[in-house]
Design a protein around this ligand. Structure first.
Ligand SMILES: Cc1ncc(C[n+]2csc(CCOP(=O)(O)OP(=O)(O)O)c2C)c(N)n1
Ligand SMILES: [Mg+2]
Length: 296
């Protein structure tokens, strides 16, 4: 064999090559990027129907069954569908064959939902269609069982509502712990200095958690959904979406006498939350600037 002959003829060169491979292998292993949730595209789409007040049985018979039948006859590439119906909520999980063009599949699901809209119960809103990827599968979910445990945004969806609303919630229920969760863009919209100032001055300690992906992620995603091959998608830095370099948000609360901390690694989150709650219980407002990974 030529490789054996070469090794016998040039033992030094072969030894150096083997050594090089070993060193470069170890180096590239050490430099390899690690992502806890790699962006793997799963061919699964979630379709959610909301109809407050509709019983689970009616949801199943009058909405979910009809839409399942329509999907399975008109949408290409479906492997199987799993559905669940609850009072007011109907969920369809649609599994596609590997390699299906998910953009086309979502367009067909949208079109089918539009077509059957006339035969669904009056007042049925168009469903939410959510494509899954490994990054948006939740790691943990809040299991809220008591009423008034969660306040969402207003129907108008205005950024900047959350922080003022958090102070209002604390004012209404001073004995309860209030956690305000916002994105980095929403944090800036919320007028942070007056928020932290009032929290301290009026003795309304809350815990603010900023999910900081250094961008207006929703704006970026909406642009990609509408124009997947457009000029913005092809730009190295998508215009009007980036919020970097990100300010040291954790220092903003400190200027108002609160406790701020930056969290970079997933493993640091739990201890940081414990430290923040300890501050909160002693009456000091707290905030965590949690650096997350931007997707796509
Ligand atoms: C007052 C107001 N202006 C603009 C918008 C449009 N808008 C919706 S989401 C969003 C970006 C939010 O960014 P961020 O809070 O960082 O959350 P991310 O999407 O990055 O998770 C914007 C500008 C809005 N909802 N309300
Ligand atoms: Mg953001």
């Amino acid at each position: 064999m030529w490789i054996v002959e070469l090794a016998l003829r040039r033992p030094l060169s072969v030894a150096v090559m083997a050594l090089l491979m070993l060193v470069l292998g170890a180096l590239s292993f050490a430099m390899m990027n690690v992502d806890i949730f790699p962006a793997i595209n799963l061919p699964v789409v979630l379709v959610v129907y909301n109809y407050p007040g509709l019983s689970a049985i009616d949801m199943e018979r009058r909405i979910i069954l009809i839409s399942e039948r329509a999907d399975s006859t008109t949408v290409n590439g479906i492997d199987h569908i799993e559905s669940e119906s609850f009072e007011g909520i109907g969920l369809k999980k649609i599994y596609f064959q590997p390699g299906t063009d998910m953009g086309a599949a979502i367009a067909q699901l949208n079109a089918t939902a539009g077509t059957i809209a006339t035969i669904l119960p009056r007042g049925t809103e168009p469903p939410e269609i959510i494509s899954y990827n490994a990054a948006n599968v939740p790691v943990a979910q809040l299991n809220l069982t008591k009423p008034r445990s969660f306040m969402g945004s207003l129907l108008s969806g205005g950024l900047g509502f959350g922080m003022g609303a958090g102070l209002g919630a604390k004012l209404a229920a001073p004995q309860r712990e209030v956690i305000v969760t916002v994105g980095d863009g929403s944090y800036m919209f919320g007028n942070p200095i007056p928020y932290h100032y009032v929290g301290r001055a009026e003795n309304l300690p809350t815990l603010t958690i900023v999910a900081n992906n250094h961008m207006w992620g929703a704006v970026r995603q909406a642009t990609l959904d509408v124009f997947p091959d457009g000029a913005a998608a092809k730009a190295n830095v998508m215009p009007i979406t980036q919020l970097s370099p990100s300010p040291d948000f954790e220092k903003v609360i400190e200027t108002c006498g609160g406790r701020g901390e930056r969290v970079d690694a997933p493993g640091d989150l739990l201890p940081a939350l414990e430290r923040s709650f300890a501050a909160l219980r002693s009456g000091t407002p707290a905030m965590l600037n949690v650096i997350t990974q931007g997707r796509r």
